[in-house]
Design a protein around this ligand. Structure first.
Ligand SMILES: [Zn+2]
Ligand SMILES: [Zn+2]
Length: 232
């Protein structure tokens, strides 16, 4: 940094001291220590259909689900909601790291062996990705893949530019929206693989379920959907 840049940063910090994104108190990083401490990590996998905790992280009560849900936190936490909204809608890419690290901390506490998994981010439609400038799922997936030294692949593509799921009225409309919205580009990256399917939030699960079905019919073995937060 040049002297002038250092001066500018110094002056900027005095005029605008870094504040916690959630409670606006002074903070060193993105959140103050209290807001960080308020984020409780889950300690199990969940049934994606009924939300039940899966005791041994294996057996699912709703056996027809094509995936198990690994949700690091819950969406009713204020700090998590703030971080996710800023990340996705305000395009704050610097939140990639803290959010990715939430996923890693959660996974490290689970009794789950993911050494033979491939990391696959839920793809955005290319128009949507251009508009946003990045795929938020891929950014956080990369932190996980790097930490565990797993392959990150993008074997499926989103071929339907569905309207934002949060605008869909109900569960049925969400499910209707996403039917056949994924196409398989690289089946050889799917056949026989265990897949860690990464997205930011699990709401109705319609999108993740459709992606998981697409991957299963292309020959994927186990699928675990890994998200920062689930809504219920
Ligand atoms: Zn705070
Ligand atoms: Zn269930």
């Amino acid at each position: 940094m040049s002297y002038l840049q250092k001066m500018k940063t110094w002056l900027w910090d005095i005029l605008f001291p870094p504040l916690c994104l959630n409670c606006q108190k002074n903070a060193e990083g993105d959140l103050c220590p209290e807001c960080w401490a308020g984020i409780r990590l889950n300690t199990s996998l969940f049934c994606p259909v009924c939300g039940l905790r899966l005791a041994d992280n294996k057996k699912v009560c709703h056996k027809d689900s094509p995936y198990l849900l690994a949700a690091a936190t819950n969406y009713d936490n204020d700090s998590i909601r703030t971080l996710l909204k800023l990340f996705k809608f305000k395009k704050w890419q610097r939140l990639q790291r803290p959010l990715g690290e939430i996923l890693v901390s959660y996974l490290r506490n689970l009794d789950l062996d993911i050494r033979n998994f491939t990391v696959v981010p839920i793809p955005l439609h290319e128009d949507r990705e251009k508009e946003r400038g990045f795929n938020q799922a891929k950014l956080i997936a990369k932190i996980v893949a790097d930490f565990y030294k797993l392959d990150l692949t993008e074997p499926i593509q989103r071929i339907k530019n569905t309207k934002t799921q949060s605008l869909a009225k109900n569960h049925e409309e969400r499910a209707q929206n996403v039917i056949n919205c994924f196409a398989v580009n690289y089946p050889e990256l799917i056949v026989g693989k265990n897949i860690l399917l990464v997205d930011d939030v699990h709401t109705s699960g319609a999108t993740i379920r459709e992606a998981a079905k697409t991957l299963k019919s292309a020959g994927a073995k186990k699928i675990i959907a890994l998200v920062i937060a689930k809504t219920r």
